[in-house]
Design a protein. Structure first.
Length: 471
């Protein structure tokens, strides 16, 4: 982290300021609504303690459903240019490594005083969306509210229940009417997803490697896959991020947008499709790409995550840009949306905290809390630091993977090429889902190719895993 300009520890000024914070924000504006009686719940990873959002649904006439998403009002405690804010601004994100988590905000805040914790009253920004029966957005609104989390739920158990593969989690059973409400939320989320995909949003499914420990010993990497609970939250967050972006534009406010431009290596995506007997247009087309992905998933669901990873690598990384009033940002190619901010995780990402401050100023009819040139500098900085954090996470993950594989030198594995450039060629094992460098036999290979390799070297300190091509 230090090598990449990230601070792993909170400085003394932050700790001193933290000592002067004794409770959550309680100062309620006259316009703040009291919504504590709604059956709000959070759905996150099993181990998550920094809860940024809650959701609840209400039925409406003519088949419409009102979806309410509450976002933690972190700004009510973490003020701009405070010591805590300065540290968050420096790192811009929480860093999640195999070895441990380095939170953007001190845990006294992010997992307690600014977290939407179970059975705790908290201030929030509520994003209200009325969704029609076809999944389209009929109306939206934003306002401040006091909320209360009535059930702290986890993705895997809720996902298993929604899919009919597991029992109803006790947290749902304990709240009257929550089961029906979550099933309603799930139905709306699926409609939102279907409409986005009809417009060209990409149906990508990657394998995330989760470390499995036995006490302090690393035993394996386990593939984490999508489920209906993860989809529910993802679809609501995408919709909410679109609403916040358009709200700021409607108030003639600048905004920090998250964009993924048209793929830089579209030609290779065209080649991958051609290798599977399908034709894509010569120019980037998200609808055509989505149609190819749907067909590819149906034809070979087992290998679809490998194809998804190849497409993601070829699309290129996202970035933060500023959209000024009257301008038009590039949009998000993968989500097929033109208006997209990051606003739903202010405990974990600094761009979301910036957006929250812009929203609160717009709602209060105040002037923007950031000058345009300041926002431009922050957009560049957040993009750079997010990339640095991602490299740290990847580096620590590589060291953990090298540790796991160091006793298996000489073994052979089936792999897929995940990266190919002048800097080198990288492959990922099918199991465990670990990536390493191909140091021999890489001539003529490109992203998406499959091959058999042999493990020849590991270096835990540097996170090196080297393979050679065999067969």
């Amino acid at each position: 982290m230090l090598e990449r300009g990230l601070l792993p520890d909170f400085p003394l000024q932050v700790l001193a300021e933290l000592d002067r914070i004794h409770g959550p924000a309680t100062q309620v504006e006259e316009s703040t609504r009291d919504l504590r009686n709604l059956i709000w719940c959070s759905i996150d990873n099993d181990a998550s303690r920094d809860l940024d959002q809650l959701s609840v649904a209400e039925t409406m006439p003519e088949g419409a459903v009102k979806i309410l998403v509450a976002i933690a009002d972190v700004d009510a405690v973490v003020k701009k240019q405070s010591a805590v804010d300065d540290h968050a601004r420096r790192n811009t994100t929480s860093v999640y490594t195999t070895a441990g988590i380095f939170p953007m905000l001190p845990e006294k805040l992010s997992t307690d005083l600014t977290s939407l914790n179970y059975e705790s009253d908290r201030l929030a920004i509520v994003i209200e969306m009325v969704i029609a029966g076809d999944g389209s957005l009929r109306a939206s609104n934003l306002y401040g509210a006091t909320v209360r989390n009535h059930a702290k739920l986890a993705y895997n158990s809720v996902g298993g229940w929604l899919e009919g593969n597991g029992p109803m989690p006790q947290g749902i059973r304990a709240v009257n009417g929550l089961d029906e409400n979550l099933q309603l939320q799930d139905r709306v989320a699926q409609k939102l997803k279907a409409l986005r995909h009809a417009h060209g949003a990409l149906d990508l499914e990657t394998i995330e490697a989760r470390p499995v420990f036995d006490g302090d010993d690393l035993k394996d990497f386990e593939a984490e896959r999508k489920n209906r609970a993860k989809d529910l939250i993802e679809d609501f967050m995408i919709a909410a991020n679109g609403v916040t972006a358009r709200y700021l534009a409607s108030k003639m406010f600048p905004s920090l947008r998250r964009v993924v431009r048209k793929p830089k290596r579209w030609d290779r995506i065209v080649e991958i499709a051609s290798e599977r007997g399908l034709t894509l247009p010569r120019e980037p087309d998200s609808k055509a790409l989505e149609q190819f992905l749907v067909l590819a998933k149906a034809a070979d669901p087992l290998r679809f995550p490998d194809l998804s990873l190849s497409v993601i690598k070829l699309m290129g990384a996202g970035e933060y840009v500023v959209e000024l009033p009257g301008d038009s940002a590039a949009g998000h190619f993968g989500l097929a949306v033109s208006d997209y901010s990051h606003s739903t995780a202010p405990n974990r990402r600094y761009p979301d905290l910036i957006t929250e401050r812009l929203l609160k100023a717009a709602m209060a009819r105040s002037s923007p809390p950031y000058e345009n040139d300041e926002l431009e500098a922050l957009a560049r900085h957040c993009t750079e630091e997010e990339d640095a954090a991602r490299k740290v996470e990847r580096q620590v993950g590589k060291s953990a993977a090298a540790m796991l594989l160091e006793s298996r030198i000489g073994e052979r594995f089936d792999t897929i090429v995940t990266g190919a450039s002048d800097k080198g060629t990288w492959v990922r094992l099918l199991h465990p889902p670990i990536e390493g460098r191909l140091v021999s036999g890489f001539e003529g290979l490109d992203v998406g190719h499959r091959l058999r390799v042999q493990l020849i070297r590991t270096d835990v300190e540097r996170g090196y895993i080297d393979f050679k091509r065999v067969g």
